[in-house]
Every structure is written in C-alpha cells, then in structure tokens.
Ligand binder design. Structure first.
Ligand code: MG
Length: 382
C-alpha cells in the first residue's frame, strides 16, 4: 500500500505532536512531507531530524536558526506562506493544528487542490465556514474534522442516507462546571488552565471554561454538516465518554464513544475510510458505571448563548465573535481583565457590529480586524 503523505501544520502544538504520535504508531502507513511551526523551532528541529520532511514553514526567528544548522534537502518557507505547503502535489492529507485565523489560507489551499483537510482548528470554520464549504464543493476537496465532537458527528453520519433531525454536541462542562458563578470573578488563569478531561492549549481551555468553545463548535457543526443552527443542541456530559450524538427523524440516536485521547480522531481523519489499531487502551464502561447528562446553564455561561446568536445571524458576526473572544481571552491570560470580563468584552463588540450578509473573504477579514480594535478599546479603555 502506498503510504499516505501528510502535511502537519502547527506540528509543535498539542494536535501536531499527537498527529506525529499517530505516524509513529504506523510508520509504514504515513510519510511526513511537510511541517510548520510558528516559533517553537527547538522542537521543530527535533521533528525535522526524526521525520525528514522535504518542506518546512517556520517563523522568522526559526528561519534564521535553520540557516545556521545546515539541515540538507529541505525547502524552507516563511510561516506566512504555509498555505503553499497545503497545496503541494505530493500531499494527500493536510492536518491543521495551528490555532487562530492563520489556518484559513492553508485550509482553502488544501481544498482548492482537491486534498483531504483534517482541521483541529476551529477559527477557520467559525469565521469563514460558508466560503470553506463552497470551495470544498467546487474543487472536490474533502474535510474530515479532528475536533472530537465533529469527528463523532462525522462518524455517526458516515454511510447514513438521511439527514439528522438533531445533533447533540456533548460538552465536558469545562473547569468551572461545579464552581458557583459568584466565584468566577476570583478565578485566576492558573485555576482555569487545570481542565479536568482534556489536555489542550491555554486559549481553548479558557474557551471551554466559558463554554465559548462549545459555541464555536455549534457554528462549526452548522457548516460541516449543513444543518440549521437550531438543530444543534449542547448537552453537558462531564465524563466526556460520548463525543457527540445524532438523532434521526424516527427517534433513533447514534453516538460515538471512546477514551479522551486526541490520537483517536486524528488517526481516524488520516486513515478514513480504513480503521487501524491505535495502540491505545480500550474504553472500560463497566469501570465508569454511570454517565451523566444535563442541559447547559446559559445564565452561568452566557458566552454559549452569544455564540448561538452568532450562529443564527451568521454573515460576519461569527468572525467578530471569534476575534473579540481571542483578544479578551488573551487579556485574561495576561491578567489584564478578570474572567467575567471576557464575556462582557465580547458581548459589547458583538452588539456594536453591523453585520455584512453573505460575506466574501475580504469582508470577513475586515470584520475580524474591526472586532480586534473594538475589543482592544474596551480592554485598554482607550
Ligand atoms: Mg471539542
């Protein structure tokens, strides 16, 4: 069997590192053609020496570093040009592990050259879901999501001939699930970053504390599975064993279950439609005994309601939601604003936005910039 040739963008982040572990599990099944990283060039160098990619994109500091190391046989790109790695003819699957809107151009480049794109990144689909799905349809590119919930929905719908009546997106509830809302103003970044179920980067962990992360997933699912916003429901499920469920017209439900390890959805996206051994321990339901479910508290976690509003109104509003959230979370992580202010900042920016309907990329990126400036004005009281 010809090995699957992969480009792993954001290779030093948690998704990239796990994607390379999947490669390690099946060294004959994969070839790493391209890697990219923004600034962790020490780890990137170790990855280059181990996987010998032919193409690497890296930030300016890294470029200067690699000029000195004399690594042979590698073509280096600026990180801004990493979309070129996604359109290389040798590449079969593009893993998007980087965070932020920088994933948008490589996402489109991969689809436009007919590849399979495996996004772990949420921002691209949140801000430009319609553009992305249109380009995928036009050029024959396919999307197999890595985000555990979207992967679960994809797996539940694979081979089905009927559209789901409802999608039930599960949420662990995040690190503040059992913390009373009255204590939110005292929460420090360190406390928030201790997530009970998933080990992830700081931005997404804060987003899972506000439930904004789940809101982004509602918007993502809307685009990925061509659903109306109100057909996607969020269900808190603290054990995070069921990664999401679909419900059909006849009342029948399908769920996807597994241990909470990102290597499962990553490997699925790389090997689909095949399934290979993951080498991971199997789910022991008898040990869990009970699984719990309840509805999210929108008063305690208003960010989720705000995200639903953005999903409903669509246009440039999701891009504004995403950009304002990114600025607010960064300010929280730096200790500039308190935890409850994250929502307040985002809400103010969202309410002030004049939505552009059916936007192209230019309008989306303009809305993104506008929202960052507005958020900055509120955060720094300029
Ligand atoms: Mg998720």
């Amino acid at each position: 069997m010809k090995p699957c040739c992969v480009a792993i963008l954001g290779s030093t982040g948690s998704i990239g590192v796990n994607a390379l572990k999947v490669v390690d599990q099946h060294p004959q099944a994969f070839r790493v053609i391209a890697l990219s990283a923004y600034n962790n060039f020490k780890l990137l160098e170790a990855q280059i020496r181990k996987y010998r990619p032919a193409y690497v994109a890296v930030g300016a500091q890294g470029l200067a570093h690699f000029k000195k190391t004399g690594l042979k046989g590698i073509k280096f790109y600026k990180i801004e040009d990493c979309a070129q790695l996604a359109s290389l003819s040798q590449v079969d699957v593009v893993v998007l592990g980087m965070r932020g809107t920088s994933a948008l151009m490589p996402f489109l480049a991969g689809l436009r050259t007919g590849k399979r794109v495996a996004p772990a990144n949420k921002e691209a689909l949140v801000i430009a879901g319609e553009v992305i799905m249109r380009e995928a349809g036009r050029h024959g590119g396919s999307i197999i999501p890595i985000d555990s919930e979207q992967s679960a929905i994809f797996q539940c719908l694979d081979g089905q001939r009927s559209k789901p009546a409802l999608v039930h997106l599960t949420a662990s509830g995040g690190p503040l699930r059992e913390v009373p809302a009255g204590q939110f103003k005292r929460m420090t970044p360190e406390q928030i970053l201790r997530h009970p179920r998933w080990k992830m980067g700081p931005k997404i962990t804060v987003d899972s504390a506000t439930l904004m992360n789940k809101g982004f997933e509602v918007i993502e699912a809307k685009h990925l599975f061509n659903l109306r916003w109100d057909k996607i429901q969020v269900l808190i499920h603290p054990e995070a064993i069921i990664h999401s469920m679909v419900e059909f017209e006849d009342g029948s439900w399908l769920a996807q279950l597994g241990i909470t390890d990102m290597r499962l959805p990553i490997q699925y996206a790389l090997t689909y439609p095949q399934r290979l051994s993951s080498g991971l321990k199997s789910l022991d339901l008898a040990r869990w005994g009970k699984l719990h479910f309840y509805k999210p508290d929108l008063k305690k976690f208003p960010s989720l309601g705000l995200a639903y509003e953005a999903a409903r109104q669509a246009g440039t509003l999701p891009a504004v939601l995403n950009a304002a959230d990114e600025e607010a979370v960064e300010a929280f992580l730096k200790g500039i604003i308190g935890f409850p202010q994250i929502y307040k900042v985002v809400e103010k920016v969202v309410l002030a936005h004049r939505i552009v309907k059916n936007p192209g990329l230019e309008a989306i990126l303009a809305a993104d910039q506008w929202a960052r400036q507005e958020a900055g004005k509120i955060i720094y009281k300029r």
